[in-house]
Design a protein around this ligand. Structure first.
Ligand SMILES: Nc1ncnc2c1ncn2[C@@H]1O[C@H](COP(=O)(O)OP(=O)(O)OP(=O)(O)O)[C@@H](O)[C@H]1O
Length: 327
């Protein structure tokens, strides 16, 4: 790692610490994630070696998509030091913008659509490359200087190509966790990422998380109270879910109240939201299906304008947040 000169710390998570650094050979500014050694504190039960290989393999397979942070290099040094060198994204995370910049103010629909299109497109590329992310949330999305999004933190990713279930069900941060995961499924697929994207879309449009559960059961209750659960019970895989007998699954529920929560969202936008937040995984939109929805394909003059002026739809103060976190 002698090729990299550390400039400052960017982020500190459960899996590792991310630093901004300069590549002495090329002068390029990069982000270097150093994984914590040994069993990851508060982590996902794997050892560092496995986490490292997972993240690197996924980054490698997904190279070249503008909405996915790009791998530059990976180093495993003696003494259990693991480093992942990535392109440096000069901006705050979407989570930080939602919490500290927007503070409950929703994004306008056209801007939410522009951002969602980038996220869904990046996820489609990942899924096509044979990986599911398994931890999509606003804190794992960074915003570049043009106001464009890039998905990061592939430490929980898993290949779908060679590996077969069972997979661990304790994945994805609770608020973004698909109902089949909360019900203990170990045979899930990449559609769990689409649920998380539905939660992110709702958060952009509402300015606050849609399902801010305090425990797994509270989370499930909030989900079923909002989107109903009739479709989930009619899913052929339902009876096989380890927690299918939970009292929460047998309580009488009103039909979906999702529309009430987004009264001003266009019909085309609501189709996407509803399709992503389908409890039944087999009725949930895949990334390719979502991108074929009218909301994404219809005339998008505001989006085109935003792209032309470098994402200027973003409030100008976002760039000051970006400046502030670069230490
Ligand atoms: N390539 C990058 N460029 C700029 N910032 C980045 C980059 N990668 C990560 N970050 C920032 O560092 C933070 C932590 O990175 P990352 O999520 O990969 O670490 P982690 O230890 O897995 O975190 P967590 O425990 O929150 O999942 C991110 O939320 C993001 O703000």
């Amino acid at each position: 790692m002698e090729h990299y000169e550390c400039i400052g710390k960017i982020g500190d998570g459960a899996a590792g610490v991310v630093h901004k650094a300069r590549d002495r050979r090329t002068g390029e500014i990069v982000a270097v994630k150093r994984l914590r050694g040994g069993i990851i504190a508060g982590g996902y039960g794997g050892d560092t070696d496995e986490e490292f290989l997972r993240e690197v393999r996924c980054l490698e397979a997904c190279r070249g998509h503008s909405s996915l942070v790009e791998l530059r290099a990976a180093h495993r040094e003696s003494g259990a030091a693991y480093y992942i060198v990535m392109e440096y994204v000069d901006g705050p995370s979407l989570g930080r913008v939602l919490r500290e910049e927007r503070r409950g103010r929703p994004f306008p629909e056209a801007e939410a659509r522009r951002l969602m299109r980038q996220l869904v497109d990046g996820v489609r590329a990942m899924h096509r490359a044979g990986f599911m992310h398994r931890d999509l949330k606003p804190d794992n999305v960074v915003i570049d200087a043009h106001g464009d999004l890039k998905i990061c933190d592939f430490g929980m990713s898993r290949t779908t190509a060679a590996a077969v279930p069972p997979y661990t069900s304790t994945v994805v941060t609770l608020w973004y966790r698909a109902p089949e995961l909360i019900l203990g499924s170990q045979e899930y697929n990449s559609l769990i990422d689409m649920w998380a994207l539905g939660c992110i879309m709702a958060e952009l449009l509402a300015g606050a998380p849609l399902f801010a559960g305090r425990s797994e059961m509270d989370q499930l209750n909030r989900v079923f109270d909002t989107v109903g659960m009739q479709d989930m019970r009619s899913w052929p895989g339902f009876a096989r879910l380890p927690r299918a007998e939970s009292a929460l699954c047998h309580r009488a529920r009103p039909p979906s109240r999702l529309r009430e929560k987004f009264p001003t969202l266009s019909a085309a936008g609501f189709d996407v939201l509803c399709g992503l937040l389908a409890c039944r995984p087999d009725m949930r939109l895949s990334a390719s299906e979502a991108l074929r929805c009218q909301w994404f394909t219809e005339a998008d003059a505001p989006d085109a304008m935003a792209a032309a002026c470098g994402g200027a739809c973003f409030p100008p103060c976002v760039s000051s947040v970006a400046d502030a976190i670069v230490v």
